[in-house]
Ligand binder design. Structure first.
Ligand SMILES: CC(C)(COP(=O)(O)OP(=O)(O)OC[C@H]1O[C@@H](n2cnc3c(N)ncnc32)[C@H](O)[C@@H]1OP(=O)(O)O)[C@@H](O)C(=O)NCCC(=O)NCCS
Length: 436
């Protein structure tokens, strides 16, 4: 991260201050050299007053030790039959890893405590097979976790659960993390894994609504196509359980955690509950961001330059597309009611989010809005993206007579020689604009 990224981070701080992030780290990552940096990133989150709970897995170490000891351990990821041998290993390894995490936090002067916050039940007999020491979360001792967080202590939660009689169960760490996030109303759940994120084939999913990921999981071939299957399933469960955003990132990437949380692009996969993207009217305080967002396109002469004052004068005409409350795209609609015409202008999508259909969503939004105001013809002026509007959005080439009289002189005097494109709007299909 570069020092000037700090400005970007500052945008997020008021929103995350005092909020809870649950960070779920795979055992494989705890043993990695970069884990010290993951802890350093968590130290940064703490310094910004973000409250963190850290849950960790142990599958990697259990497999490693089982191989060394020639033990037959069929269940490696905390999802299958857990014999006494596996449980014993899980307790040894779980405690060892928790201890290493405490050591790591100690080097950053961060207070942390290993907890027994997971109340567990035996999974019992599934498909006729007794799962033995495999447990599932019955409930989370949220008071214990909240008390620690209140005192600035990071709770560390191993992949183990306890029942009322003191019996220990091995519990899948992903499901522990989801249960904690739900119990504490966390705003983020971040899975730190040894993969780049959730992939379909070799294609990394950068971001996806939970409903879409859920549909993919239900497709018959999902098991074969999707990697990080457990993370994908738990991400969907978490979003359906009220966690707005779940991230899956590679714990081997230096500063990956901070980049994921504090940049638009992120490094891994973001799965989000559906209210997370929206188009809304621009407010006065957004104008600076709007100018920033469009600066490169203005310099490239794709967009006409607009001063802050010009935007402020017609503020109601401007709309912003935001992801995670961060501006990603914008558009303007200038209506000429007498002529029943309107101009679609200032359409811009951040380079980091190109080709995801956001441009088309903004166009559709503007069309719906124009229809609602009785507009019969939409026009636009474009120097470099006219084939986009023609091929993707149904605009056709028009002429100067298609512009409202007030706009013709401005067009000629600008010297930009933009192409004029027009689209007739079918008023019968007018419908409510839902995004705003
Ligand atoms: C033009 C722009 C708004 C498109 O936004 P977007 O969200 O990336 O586009 P979408 O996801 O809706 O559509 C992507 C498709 O359009 C195509 N496309 C994108 N920009 C294009 C352009 N300038 N010319 C032709 N086709 C273009 C893509 O190749 C892709 O095609 P595919 O679906 O066949 O793969 C965006 O590239 C942008 O902000 N450009 C700079 C500003 C600009 O020119 N604005 C128009 C002012 S009139």
């Amino acid at each position: 991260m570069k020092p000037n990224d700090l400005r970007g981070i500052l945008n997020y701080i008021p929103r995350f201050r005092g909020e809870i992030f649950v960070i779920a780290v795979d055992g494989a990552i705890v043993s990695e050299e970069n884990f010290a940096n993951v802890l350093l990133d968590i130290a940064v989150l703490r310094s910004l007053n973000i409250r963190v709970v850290l849950a960790h897995g142990a599958a990697y170490q259990i497999a490693e030790i089982a191989a060394k000891r020639n033990l037959d351990v069929s269940d490696l990821d905390g999802n299958g039959v857990t014999t006494d041998d596996t449980l014993e290993l899980a307790i040894d390894v779980g405690n060892r890893l928790s201890h290493e995490i405490l050591e790591g936090f100690a080097t950053h002067d961060i207070r942390a405590a290993v907890t027994n916050a997971i109340k567990a039940l035996p999974c019992g007999i599934i498909g006729g097979v007794n799962q033995l020491n495999l447990g599932k979360v019955e409930r989370v001792d949220e008071k214990l976790l909240a008390a620690l967080l209140e005192r600035g202590v990071i709770p560390v939660v191993p992949p183990l659960g306890f029942d009322g009689s003191g019996r220990t169960f091995r519990v899948n760490s992903d499901s522990i993390a989801v249960s904690i996030a739900e119990a504490l109303d966390a705003v983020k759940l971040i899975f730190v894994t040894s993969q780049d994120g959730i992939l379909i084939g070799d294609q990394l999913i950068r971001e996806m609504p939970a409903s879409q990921l859920d549909a993919k999981l239900k497709e018959a071939a999902a098991g074969k196509e999707l990697n990080c299957l457990s993370k994908a399933k738990h991400a969907v469960r978490a979003c359906h359980g009220g966690i707005p955003r779940v991230h899956v990132i590679n714990g081997r990437t230096n500063e990956g955690l901070l980049t994921e949380v504090f940049s638009n692009e992120g490094i891994g996969t973001l799965v989000y509950a559906n209210d997370y993207q929206q188009i809304r009217p621009v407010k006065k305080k957004d104008i600076r961001l709007l100018v920033q967002l469009t600066r490169d396109s203005v310099l490239a002469e794709e967009l006409t330059s607009r001063t802050r004052q010009e935007i402020a004068r017609h503020l109601d005409d401007y709309f912003i597309f935001e992801i995670d409350r961060h501006p990603i795209g914008c558009v303007a609609l200038h209506v000429f009611p007498e002529q029943k015409k309107a101009e679609l202008a200032f359409l811009c999508v951040s380079r980091s989010h190109e080709n995801q259909g956001i441009g088309l969503r903004l166009i559709k939004f503007v069309e719906d809005r124009a229809r609602q105001q009785g507009v019969e013809q939409l026009y636009l002026l474009s120097t470099q993206a006219y084939t986009y509007f023609q091929a993707k959005a149904g605009f056709v080439e028009g002429g100067i007579d298609d512009l409202p009289a007030a706009r013709r002189d401005v067009h000629v005097q600008s010297g930009r020689n933009s192409k004029i494109l027009v689209k007739s709007l079918d008023l019968r299909s007018a419908r409510a604009v839902r995004e705003v």
